[in-house]
Design a protein around this ligand. Structure first.
Ligand code: ZN
Length: 502
């Protein structure tokens, strides 16, 4: 059995290596590659994906997993070996249900659709992307139908990225959240003018902004010996191994915040990847357990730490030193209010903590309506405007900053792409509350610029396990409870209640 298990590990690492090579190509494409490299790169990636898919669906792998069934049952559930067999089986069963032709066809379609969107968005040309979206919708339905037995057609698509979550669970969760958020946003925005954030709209030299971001990332716990930071138009984190996890950021020379918080956000994702048990290297356990849990780590560092009063008590003097002409005479209180300004806006990625989830819930509802056949692609831009009007009180003047603002639907992901953001926000508070319950001195340490206790707790309880446990198992183990919105609501009420005297 030991021999068979080793053979399984060898095969899984080979697949892991091919996927990691694909990540190197993808990182290079988004950060360094000259435009002339695009056609060959697309071919190289598709060749690699095809080989990886062949290996991931090799019947010999399926046979091996069958032979290891009794061995798995003899092991404790939380052992690394049992975890690896479990996750490998789930991957194998999912990969083999989707025909290779479909994978190749969908992958080409994704690339074409994305390419069309990059040109159509600045031209405000929804008509150009409409046929691609229609085809995506059709292909996503086909994809869901390779996994029959679902209750809602989006369930299998959601399960890819947030295992165990269903439309029914999410509708209830998001409904309860929305019920709390809408009156809070209204109370803030109708009783007083928005916070003055003019101090953030000044010239901040890009190199200084990036240097400050890197400094903070390193202080939090991101290891630059096992990572690096580059520029990318849409910031992301990518992992080639536990020893090489890279972040990207973007910078607006006329605004402070975008670069800094993007760097903190991506560092949160990256620390998760760097903190995984090194024994999992190269195997399917060496990644986050779900998109929601991954996002909880980026949000925890970006918002619960990075936009907290305690953090800026410590860091603002350092900030004023770097940007003395811009911020030297701006009081901490003004700055703190500026970075926590609540104002309904059109763009998800610029949204504040309070309104952010409303953007997500709109997208989630619209994609379910599309998949259910209740909403035709032709009617999508108007449906989008209507929901923005009713939920946020504003409507986009064009599709560029409306329905075309996010790449998700245009890169082939209608269904399953958005719920992770809100699950992440909810979980960020649930994890943080558990950390503070275990170590009540964490908040005081944060305001002294000491992050080691929180970081160490997260490594031990969350990062280390990689994908060994399902999201539900991990949340229960770490916080003692299933996922729930109360800690997040408590966090928002406490923070914004104080800020806006609610
Ligand atoms: Zn993220």
């Amino acid at each position: 059995m030991q021999e068979k298990f080793q053979e399984l590990e060898t095969r899984l690492r080979e697949i892991g290596d091919l996927n990691a090579i694909g990540s190197v190509l993808g990182w290079d494409q988004s950060t360094q590659m000259p435009p002339g490299g695009a056609p060959a790169r697309a071919r190289q990636m598709s060749t690699l994906r095809r080989i990886a898919h062949q290996k991931a669906t090799d019947p010999v792998l399926g046979q091996l997993l069958e032979e290891l069934r009794s061995y798995e049952e003899s092991l404790p559930y939380d052992s690394d070996e049992a975890g690896l067999i479990r996750v490998a089986r789930r991957n194998y069963e999912r990969s083999t249900k989707v025909p290779a032709d479909f994978v190749a066809h969908f992958s080409r379609h994704r690339a074409e659709s994305f390419h069309t969107w990059t040109k159509a968005r600045p031209a405000n040309d929804f008509a150009a992307v409409k046929p691609y979206l229609e085809k995506t919708l059709d292909l996503r339905r086909q994809q869901a139908n390779f996994f029959p037995g679902y209750e809602h057609i989006a369930d299998p698509l959601i399960d890819f990225s947030d295992q165990g979550m269903t439309v029914a669970t999410l509708r209830e969760l998001f409904g309860a959240l929305r019920e709390q958020l809408v009156p809070m946003v209204q109370a803030i925005t109708t009783t007083q003018p928005p916070a003055d954030d003019v101090c953030l709209h000044q010239h901040f030299p890009p190199e200084q902004q990036r240097a400050l971001g890197r400094e903070v990332a390193a202080r939090l716990g991101y290891d630059f010996q096992r990572g690096r930071e580059d520029l990318a138009p849409h910031p992301f984190t990518t992992s080639f191994s536990i020893g090489d996890v890279r972040i990207t950021t973007r910078v607006d020379p006329e605004h402070f915040g975008g670069c800094f918080f993007a760097t903190m956000h991506e560092s949160g994702h990256a620390m998760y990847q760097q903190g995984i048990n090194p024994a999992y290297e190269g195997t399917p356990l060496a990644r986050g357990t779900s998109s929601g849990v991954h996002e909880s780590q980026s949000r925890l560092w970006e918002n619960l730490v990075g936009r907290s009063r305690g953090f800026w008590n410590f860091f603002y003097p350092r900030m004023q030193e770097t940007f003395s002409t811009q911020l030297g005479s701006v009081p901490l209180e003004t700055f703190y209010r500026a970075i926590n300004k609540v104002q309904p806006g059109l763009i998800r990625v610029y949204a504040d903590e309070m309104t952010y989830n409303l953007h997500i819930i709109i997208r989630f509802d619209l994609e379910l309506a599309m998949l259910e056949g209740r909403l035709a692609i032709a009617d999508l831009p108007e449906a989008w405007r209507e929901r923005y009007r009713s939920d946020l009180g504003i409507a986009p003047p064009d599709d560029c900053d409306g329905v075309m603002q996010d790449m998700h639907w245009y890169s082939g992901n209608i269904g399953g792409a958005f719920q992770g953001y809100t699950l992440g926000n909810i979980l960020s508070a649930q994890f943080y509350e558990a950390a503070v319950a275990a170590h009540p001195e964490i908040p005081a340490q944060l305001s002294q610029g000491e992050f080691g206790l929180l970081f160490g707790w997260l490594v031990k309880n969350v990062y280390w396990h990689g994908r060994k446990f399902t999201p539900a198992e991990l949340v229960k183990r770490v916080t003692g409870k299933p996922l729930h919105i109360d800690p997040y609501i408590r966090y928002l009420r406490a923070k914004y209640g104080e800020l806006y005297a609610l």
